[in-house]
Design a protein around this ligand. Structure first.
Ligand code: PNS
Length: 163
C-alpha cells in the first residue's frame, strides 16, 4: 500500500530549514503533501498563492511532492486525502509545547493520524521565517537562510512591501 504524509505550515516564507524537513520526509513516504495554511495566531506577509508558488519552485525536482492548501481542520483534511501522518520539524525545546499540543489535538480529532517529528538539522536550529523577514526588511543578506530558487523573489517582495 502506498503511504503518504502531510507537512503543514505557514511557510511565510519557506526557509532552508523547511526545505531540509520537506526533503527528508519526501524520502520516507511515497507521497508528501506540503500544505500551506493560515496560522490564525500569526500575521502573514505573503499570500497563500505566493507561498505555494515559492514552494513549487523549490520542490520542482522532487516528483512525489504536491503543494496544496485548504480551509478547515488539518486532521479532517488528512482523513479526506488519506494520509497516515503529519510531519513537522522540531527546532528546540521552545517548539515542543506548541507542537505537542497540536499533535494531541490532531490525534483527538483523527485517531488514525500520527504526528512524526523530525529534529531539525543543527545548521538551522535558530532559523525561522520571522527572522528571515526581519533581516530582509532591514536590508540584510538572507542568502544563507532561504533556497536559492526563491531568494530574489523574497527580497523583491519584502522590499516592495516596505516601500
Ligand atoms: O508553521 P506554523 O505556523 O507553525 O503552522 C501551524 C499550522 C498551520 C500547521 C496550524 O496552525 C494548523 O494546523 N492549522 C490548520 C487548522 C487546524 O487544524 N488547527 C488545529 C490544530 S491544533
Amino acid at each position: 500500500m502506498k503511504k503518504s504524509a502531510i507537512c503543514p505550515g505557514s511557510f511565510d516564507p519557506i526557509t532552508k530549514g523547511h526545505m531540509d524537513i520537506i526533503k527528508r520526509s519526501s524520502k520516507m513516504f511515497d507521497k508528501l503533501y506540503v500544505a500551506v495554511l493560515t496560522n490564525s495566531a500569526k500575521k502573514s506577509s505573503f499570500t497563500i498563492e505566493e507561498r505555494m508558488e515559492m514552494i513549487r519552485n523549490c520542490t520542482k525536482d522532487i516528483p512525489n511532492i504536491e503543494v496544496c492548501t485548504f480551509d478547515g481542520l488539518l486532521a479532517e483534511y488528512a482523513k479526506k486525502i488519506g494520509v497516515i501522518a503529519i510531519v513537522k520539524g522540531l527546532r528546540a525545546v521552545t517548539d515542543f509545547e506548541y507542537e505537542f499540543q497540536m499533535a494531541l489535538t490532531n490525534k483527538k480529532i483523527n485517531r488514525e493520524l500520527e504526528t512524526i517529528f523530525l529534529t531539525t538539522n543543527s545548521k538551522y536550529m535558530y532559523l525561522s521565517s520571522s527572522i528571515v523577514k526581519e533581516i530582509a526588511r532591514n536590508g540584510g543578506d538572507i542568502s544563507d537562510f532561504v533556497p536559492a530558487e526563491v531568494l530574489a523573489d523574497i527580497e523583491k517582495r519584502i522590499k516592495n512591501r516596505k516601500d
